[in-house]
Design a binder for this molecule. Structure first.
Ligand code: HEM
Length: 406
């Protein structure tokens, strides 16, 4: 049990989790929380080491016998959500072993760094067009008016969702990822199941069309990709498309909001970036370290193990506090200082190891374009109000809105 009052759904944590993380690192760097039934880990050294530890994984399914896997599914709190369990609880992120390696090999073929770099001009044109319209207004909510539509358009177009359907993505995605948080209610669970069911039906139809008439979109690529003669199975295709479409905008939106707020609260850093747009890639890394949009992921213990004097048994849940690791003074000198030129910057905002974020090149590219375009087109940009509210959450950290003026 921690000596620190660790309540991730409290108002204090929501407003600013970093002093609480600092206390955890100092007083209880590894602690078991009986209410969550999770062993939390908060230092950079430990999160970094456990992310690549061979005795930890996202699921035990690949090492248990199928009967036990079936029983565990029955006992899972999501067993009354058949589509959520079938398509969300078994996507790439929730897969280990050979299945994960095979799926990831197949996906990488449709998602190479070169293919993503080719998106630069298109994303820049989208950002410019959006700002052509917004500039005359003199104010906006950065998230709703600019970043949300932009990132949804980018990932949905990349995947091959027709533009008239893009509006469907946000509500489906929001309902599905709401279940990632521990405070999700029965109603959230039902909403997630409905959203998954609608999303699956939609994608099944789109897959039929893309098989008949392939285009140069990612869904058409994924339908065709092969790995040693093996193709993606239908369930894998659908769950992968949902994962990419959701992961493809949820965190990027929050990263843009958290990042713009950090820049606007650090005037000298803002001016430095404005004067040196080539610093955007290093600024994005600092933004990802300083206030990451994803702060927590879990792993399961695959086999009994000892770690720094803690006995961990097969099936135990380990909670990796990425947001805390990124502010650890042992890894980052003066960690609460926001410095867009920080180097080295070995933050863990995109994870590490087998599950390292597949979309990191796309997220980095979008964020660079978003910040540079905003500062170039709206040089007088400033906060319309000083106080900002974050959504409560341990997994996701993002602002409710970010009102700006120029
Ligand atoms: C700033 C934006 C983003 C952040 C902070 C982020 C962060 C992460 C993190 C931390 C993980 C690893 C989770 C773990 O350790 O268990 C992850 C995995 C993943 N991300 Fe991202 N992500 C972002 C954007 C994207 C985008 C744009 C896409 C897709 C287009 C994407 C697709 C994925 C996928 C498919 C995985 C699973 C990889 C696997 O399990 O092998 N992400 N992301």
């Amino acid at each position: 049990m921690s000596k620190v009052d660790f309540n991730p759904y409290s108002e204090a944590f929501c407003a600013n989790p970093y002093p609480i993380y600092a206390a955890l690192r100092e007083q209880s760097p590894i602690f078991y929380n009986p209410e969550w039934d999770v062993t939390f880990v908060s230092t950079h050294e430990d999160v970094n080491a456990l992310l690549v530890h061979k005795s930890l994984g996202r699921t035990l399914d690949h090492i248990l016998d199928p009967a036990e896997v079936a029983t565990r599914r029955e006992q899972s709190k999501w067993h009354k959500l058949p589509n959520y369990q079938r398509y969300i609880s078994r996507n790439l992120l929730e897969t280990e072993g050979e299945d994960h390696a095979r799926l990831r090999r197949l996906l990488v073929k449709g998602f190479t760094t070169a293919q993503i770099a080719n998106q630069r001009e298109g994303i820049q044109a989208l950002a410019d067009r959006a700002l052509d319209e917004l500039a005359a207004r003199g104010e906006m909510d950065l998230l709703e008016d600019f970043v949300n539509p932009l990132t949804v358009h980018v990932i949905a177009s990349l995947m091959g969702m027709p533009p008239e359907d893009h509006h469907l993505l946000r509500p489906w995605s929001a309902a599905i990822v709401r279940l990632y948080e521990k405070d999700a209610t029965e109603q959230h669970a039902q909403d997630a199941e409905v959203a998954t069911t609608e999303f699956v039906q939609y994608l099944e139809n789109l897959l039929v069309q893309r098989r008949a008439n392939p285009g140069d979109d990612l869904i058409s690529v994924l339908v065709r990709v092969e790995d040693e003669g093996e193709m993606l199975k239908n369930d894998e295709l659908v769950s992968t498309c949902i994962l990419l479409l959701n992961a493809g905008h949820e965190s990027t939106v929050n990263a843009a909001g958290n990042g713009m707020l950090a820049l606007l609260r650090h005037a000298e850093q803002l001016e430095k970036l404005k004067a040196n747009p080539q610093l955007a890639s290093s600024a994005v890394e600092e933004i990802m370290r300083y206030d990451p949009p994803l702060q927590y992921f879990h792993r399961y213990v695959l086999q009994d193990m000892q770690y720094k004097g803690h006995s961990l048994a097969q099936g135990d849940t380990i909670g990796l506090l990425y947001g805390s690791a990124n502010r650890d003074p042992q890894a980052f000198p003066d960690p609460d200082n926001f410095d867009i030129c920080r180097t080295p910057n070995k933050h863990l905002a995109f994870g590490k190891g087998r599950h390292f974020c597949l979309g990191a090149p796309l997220a980095r590219l979008e964020l660079e374009i978003i910040f540079n375009t905003l500062l170039a087109r709206l040089p007088a940009i400033r906060l319309a109000q000083q106080d900002q509210e974050y959504h409560p959450g341990l997994v996701f950290r993002g602002l409710k809105s970010l009102r700006l003026q120029w």
